[in-house]
Write a protein that binds this ligand. Structure first.
Ligand SMILES: O=P(O)(O)O[C@@H]1C[C@H](O)[C@@H](CO)O1
Length: 290
């Protein structure tokens, strides 16, 4: 597959050699990893004292082909903490396997990252949500993973985690409380929600019937990423905090005049909210004990 670098299952040894590659080229020893969603990579630009690597120069990393995903791994300082930021991510719809998409998370584990912060763009299923809202993710619905396309399928390497990991508290309760309290302190209460992210593989946006189905299932938003990374992180014991930017409202009625979603609209709204996301995540990093 174009852009994919491994044609076999990524192993613990692959992750070890990638981690060693990075550790020999930076003095940073991050305890917090951050993955930036569509239009949200600006966060990497507020780090200081940075060491930056193009994904294509990192052994075993895949490269993103999606506009709005810079494909850089940036180490640096943020609010007095050492962090590693993926400025952009790769998605399964680009042709990568779930294991390739989550390989960076396993490398984070070997770098001794303890907390993963994930951001993404999503479409609103919940009819009370508005474009531009931020949603602290409290749970996910992994339709793709439930159907068998997930990074934990295949041999389990117990050096990463157990064969049967629980996912019932995937999004850390304490981290969510800190994030929500902080959003109030920052005057964001009016547009910050807490809700459920549902994952579909993409790259097509959803039909009306699919949106209605997701609504019945209890989803508040839908997107095309994040969940594989969260599954891999929880498997290896990394705590997770997630924020989704509602970049568009899903079309819930056939033959309506509602605007159809487009990636341009997603990027535009992602960039509009990017300063707020940066502010929230930066202060959050400053507050948490890693
Ligand atoms: O990486 P994220 O989940 O933020 O990207 C979303 C999902 C698709 O990649 C794209 C659709 O516009 O944005």
């Amino acid at each position: 597959v174009d852009g994919s670098v491994l044609d076999r299952e990524e192993t613990y040894e692959d992750a070890t050699s990638t981690a060693e590659f990075l550790l020999s080229r930076t003095d940073h020893r991050p305890t917090i990893g951050i993955i930036c969603g569509s239009g949200l990579g600006g966060l990497a630009n507020v780090l200081t004292d940075t060491d930056s690597f193009e994904f294509r120069d990192i052994p075993n990393f895949a490269t993103s082909t999606v506009p709005g995903h810079a494909s850089k791994l940036v180490f640096g300082s943020l609010q007095g903490k050492t962090v590693v930021v993926m400025q952009g991510r790769v998605h399964m719809y680009e042709g990568h396997t779930a294991k390739q998409v989550t390989f960076p998370v396993r490398v984070f584990k070997l770098l001794e990252v303890k907390i993963l912060i994930v951001t993404n763009a999503s479409g609103a299923i919940n009819r009370t949500y508005k474009m531009g809202d931020l949603m602290v993710i409290c749970d996910h619905i992994n339709l793709v993973g439930l159907a068998g396309l997930n990074p934990l399928v295949g041999d389990n390497d117990s050096r990463f985690g157990p064969r049967f990991p629980p996912m019932s508290s995937a999004y850390d309760n304490d981290l969510r409380s800190i994030g929500l309290k902080l959003s109030e302190e920052l005057g964001m209460k009016e547009f910050v929600r807490e809700g459920v992210y549902s994952f579909q593989s993409g790259p097509m946006f959803e039909t009306v019937g699919e949106c209605r189905l997701l609504n019945v299932l209890g989803a508040d938003v839908v997107g095309m990423s994040t969940v594989p990374e969260v599954v891999a992180a929880r498997h290896c014991g990394i705590r997770v905090f997630g924020v989704s930017v509602v970049t568009n409202c899903c079309v819930m009625e056939l033959d309506s005049d509602d605007q159809e979603p487009s990636h341009d609209e997603v990027l535009e709204m992602g960039e509009k909210r990017s300063a707020d996301v940066q502010r929230l995540i930066s202060k959050f990093v400053g507050k948490i004990i890693d």
